[in-house]
Design a protein around this ligand. Structure first.
Ligand code: ATP
Length: 243
């Protein structure tokens, strides 16, 4: 199976502090990789480097074979990225923001309209299409970011906590959407929600203090302890690891 995402020995230092330490993994078409770890483990930093938004100190990342540092434009063409937090340009309406993103992706005229309408339908945003983004609830803002990431139907999706701030119904819808898109894409989602791993992921990479501490299927992870919470703690707490 061809890996659409390849991360090789990726490292990021901020001064003397190493936030991401020699991280290597790849994601093939059809895989949904859950990227797990406690607060501050290095998930967002890894995802920002993979998305070409932050330069690695060392190591490489490729999207559909394109190096994110040496060939950022072709790499980003294949990528949809949902960063942490709310979309930029909060004063724009939902439609205005998505049209802006679509034009930046090179769509115009009826193709642009079709793309925006399809992305809004996938993320159920039609009811708020004329509302400024800044007036939306947290869950709706998250879905606007998701719609922007999906707009150009990229082969690779990198989603930083896609269900953060969503109510249980919306979480269910977004997980269904991820599952439905999965066969044709390579998808990475970061999450703190362990049930999400079993619900949508085909594989999980656990990171702690910048280093990969597990790379396994959800079933293999679950078999390591009585509960997923216990497995997560055993893998990520330094005192448990040292014991
Ligand atoms: N620009 C920066 N300058 C200095 N330190 C940074 C910077 N960005 C991140 N860090 C540090 O790097 C570490 C990893 O942060 P990161 O945001 O990647 O963690 P995370 O796993 O995404 O955490 P969370 O689950 O809380 O979102 C943290 O200790 C953070 O404070």
């Amino acid at each position: 199976m061809t890996a659409l995402i390849e991360i090789e020995r990726l490292t990021k230092r901020f001064g003397a502090f190493t936030a991401v330490d020699d991280v290597t993994f790849s994601v093939a078409k059809g895989e949904v990789l859950g990227f797990l770890g406690p607060n501050g483990a290095g998930k967002s930093t890894t995802m920002r480097m993979l998305a070409g938004f932050m330069t690695p100190t060392s190591g490489t990342a490729r999207i559909c074979g394109e190096d994110v540092v040496d060939r950022p434009v072709p790499a980003k063409r294949h990528l949809g990225f949902l960063p942490e937090g709310a979309p930029t340009y909060p004063e724009m309406t939902v439609t205005g923001f998505l049209q802006f993103c679509g034009r930046a992706r090179g769509f115009h005229g009826s193709a642009l309209g079709d793309r925006v309408a399809h992305a809004m339908s996938l993320t159920q945003l039609e009811g708020v299409r004329l509302q400024p983004v800044e007036t939306l609830s947290k869950g709706f803002k998250r879905r606007v970011g998701l719609a922007a990431a999906l707009l150009h139907d990229p082969a690779v999706l990198v989603l930083d906590e896609p269900t953060d701030g969503l109510d249980p119904n919306q979480k269910h819808e977004v997980r269904n959407l991820i599952r439905a898109m999965a066969p044709n894409k390579a998808i990475v989602i970061s999450t703190h929600i362990l049930e999400e791993v079993a619900a949508v992921c085909t594989r999980a990479v656990v990171i702690a203090r910048g280093r990969v501490v597990a790379d396994a299927t959800p079933a293999e992870l679950a078999a390591k302890g009585p509960t997923m919470d216990a497995v997560f703690r055993a893998l990520t707490l330094p005192e448990v690891e040292a014991a």
